[in-house]
Design a protein around this ligand. Sequence first.
Ligand code: SF4
Length: 224
Amino acid sequence: MNENVKEVTRNRLNRVKEALEANNFEVYLVSDRAEAAQAVKSLLRDGDSIGLGGSETLNECNILGIVRDGKYRFIDRYEKGLSPEQVRQRQVEALGADVFITGTNAITERGELYNVDGNGNRIAAIAFGPRSVIVVAGANKIVKTLDDAIKRVKMYAAPANTKRLGIKSYCQSFGECKALALGECEMTDGCKGDNRICCDYLISAYQRQKGRIKVILVEESLGF
Ligand code: SF4
């Protein structure tokens, strides 16, 4: 990354860090994905039970490699050969894990996390259950306001995620949410049907439980 861009990005991330800390999130600012992986490791204890939210950011940081290294009790919903019911059971089990690790769809400059799920298991774990939640986010996830977060998901995150998950949706073929094409941008506007991945919406704002959610802000672009 160009040095000037790097400095501007760092300044912005520092502002976001302060806003998140004012909302009782614990924040770690790191340079790249290798440091992000180290930061995740430093927040885990041997023997921890760990659940994972599906995330391209976590893939790019090789978090799966860390949690599968045998030191932890990883609740592995990606294990080959699991039936849909077994996957569901592991998702339920992850709600009671010691630690849940996830990406996020957006972070506002006011220090809010914004997440949208098709299934709801990821946002359920962010909101309640695991004693500790670790969120890894690249600088590309920062937006000014919640309205920008809503647009970000409709324009980039959801279309790219439908592609990643192999789901045939309007946004996958058209490149943005159906709501935008119709000139609508309320949070819950969009397509209908079984292939919709935008069903449950979570804004994590001021946290009563200080430090339960840790946010690792990375000075590079990660995921979408
Ligand atoms: S509501 Fe439907 S079209 Fe809109 S982003 Fe979500 S899945 Fe795509």
